[in-house]
Structure formats: C-alpha cells, structure tokens
Design a protein around this ligand. Structure first.
Ligand code: 13P
Length: 284
C-alpha cells in the first residue's frame, strides 16, 4: 500500500465512533516506533510532522520513510503536516507527497482565516490531499507557536458551521479546553460545546493537545464526536527520559543504536496505550 489521505480513515472513525491517533514524530526511530505498534495492533495511524520537523528532517526524507512503512505494513498510514501557517511550506509538502495538511490560520481574524483556508483547500484537493483547519485558538507551545492560556479562544459552534461550509475543509480542529504541551492542572474539557459543534458540523473533529488529558476524558471526547486525537508531548518525554537514563548508567556510551533502542521502546509503550484509548485497534 502507499500512504493515504486522512479523509477515508477519519470518515470510517466518525461512522464507527472511534478515533485515529495522530502521533508527532521527529526522526526515523520515532516513526518506526509508531508504525511498529500500529501494525501490531492493526490500527490506522497518522504520522504528524510540524513545519519544524520538516525543516529538521526534510519533507523528502519524511515522505520516503512513511512510504517504506506503508509498503511494509498492511494498515492505512497517512503523513500529515501539523499546524502549518505558511502556505508556501504547505504547498511544498504537498508537492513532496504529503497526503494530509493542517492549515493553521487560527491566529488571524475570521475573514482572513477563511480566505487562507479556502486557498489551501483549493490547492490540496487538486492533489487529493485532505485539509484540517482550526477555529478558535488552542493554547500551549508547539514549534514556534506559543499561545498563552489566557489568549485561548474556545470554538463557537455556529461560527464552526459557517467556517466548514465556506471552506470545504475535510476535518476541523476544535478548541474545547485542551492545550499543547505539559498541563499545570488537569484540563477541563467543554463536552457540551463539543456535542453542539458535532451536531452542527458534518466533518470529523480533531482534538489537539491530548498529551496529559486523562483517558476517560479522551474517551468521552470521542463519544462526543472527536475522530482524530493528536499526541506529541507524551511521546517526546519518555523518549528523552530513556536516553537520559541510559547515559546515567552508561556515561561513556556513544553508539546511537544502543541509546535509541530503549528510547524507542519507551515511546512504543505510550503508543500502545493511546491506540487503546482511541479504540482504533483492528480497524486497519
Ligand atoms: P500535545 O503536545 O499536547 O500532545 O499536543 C499535540 C498536538 O496537538 C499536535 O498538534
């Protein structure tokens, strides 16, 4: 199989009330860890890369690695560009072979967000690439995007309906109380708002900032309409911790094949847990 767009996988998730996990990866080992687990559990999976990761690793390398995974494993695998506010980078990723993109013009005013998102949808759909956009403002830090909690804006359900109708996006990222990065206190999700958005809007809904959100809350969010769950921080932390621990025990080590193996194993444990929470096993 080749890498696929997120359109079919998310519409199946919407129909059958589970969510597809989107894991942010940064290199070969993190991508391998995610794909190996997804394959073992037969889960569709979205490999997400931020523009920072594209600049670090190269869109061509990332596409090539994802294609190797898709050829090796018989599960739906998508390669997604996460939180991109730069339309030129986004177009380059599509031309390089990405199958799904998120245009993030959520920092712009509503009319500008509409215009930019429509331009991206027009371009991406020519390549059969699915488009996610955000309405409202999810706080927290990812790459250069760093939004204070006090600046976060929850998604207004009726504006969401207007936005989806006018832009023809394939999925909508909603702001319902989650935040990117590490939480200082347990997040309180606005499920009533989520239900209302889901009753008005017909596209699959996306939960950002899922790291640190208790499993019961993620499960409830899926019941209320979330079809894609984004996880970044909760993969990065155990990966880094395992490397730190390795060097504490082996201060003279230098072989990446030695210190990256426990890091990959630590990441894989989280991937197993998140796939279970999303209930996406045996859907691939
Ligand atoms: P976390 O880092 O909080 O898991 O957020 C991930 C995310 O939403 C990626 O867009």
């Amino acid at each position: 199989m080749d890498i696929v767009s997120t359109k079919e996988m998310l519409s199946d998730a919407k129909k059958r009330r589970y969510a597809v996990p989107a894991f942010n990866i940064h290199n070969l080992e993190t991508m391998q860890g995610v794909l190996e687990v997804a394959n073992e559990l037969k889960s569709p999976v979205i490999i997400a890369t931020t523009p920072g990761t594209v600049s670090y690793a190269g869109a061509d390398y990332l596409v090539a690695m994802a294609k190797v995974g898709a050829k090796r494993y018989n599960i739906p695998i998508s390669l997604h560009l996460d939180h991109c506010s730069d339309v030129d980078i986004l177009k380059k990723c599509i031309e390089a072979g990405y199958k799904s993109v998120m245009i993030d013009a959520s920092l712009k005013d509503y009319e500008e967000n509409l215009l930019i998102t429509r331009e991206v949808v027009g371009f991406a759909h020519n390549y059969s690439v699915s488009v996610e956009a955000e309405l409202g403002l999810v706080s927290g830090q990812e790459d250069e995007r760093d939004i204070k909690e006090s600046d976060s804006v929850l998604t207004d359900p009726y504006t969401a309906l207007d936005f989806v109708e006018k832009t023809k996006i394939d999925s909508l990222a909603v702001a319902i109380g989650t935040s990117h990065g590490v939480y200082k206190a347990e997040p309180k999700l606005d499920f009533e708002r989520l239900k209302k958005i889901n009753s008005l809007v017909n596209v699959p809904l996306v939960l950002h900032g899922a790291s640190g959100v208790p499993a019961e809350s993620v499960i409830k969010a899926i019941e209320c309409g979330i079809c894609k769950v984004n996880i970044a921080t909760e993969l990065k932390m155990p990966f880094a911790d395992a490397i730190k621990e390795f060097f504490e025990k082996n201060p003279n080590a230098s072989d990446p094949r030695h210190y990256l193996i426990p890091a990959k194993e630590a990441l894989k444990k989280v991937v197993i847990e998140k796939i279970r929470v999303c209930n996406s096993m045996n859907r691939g």
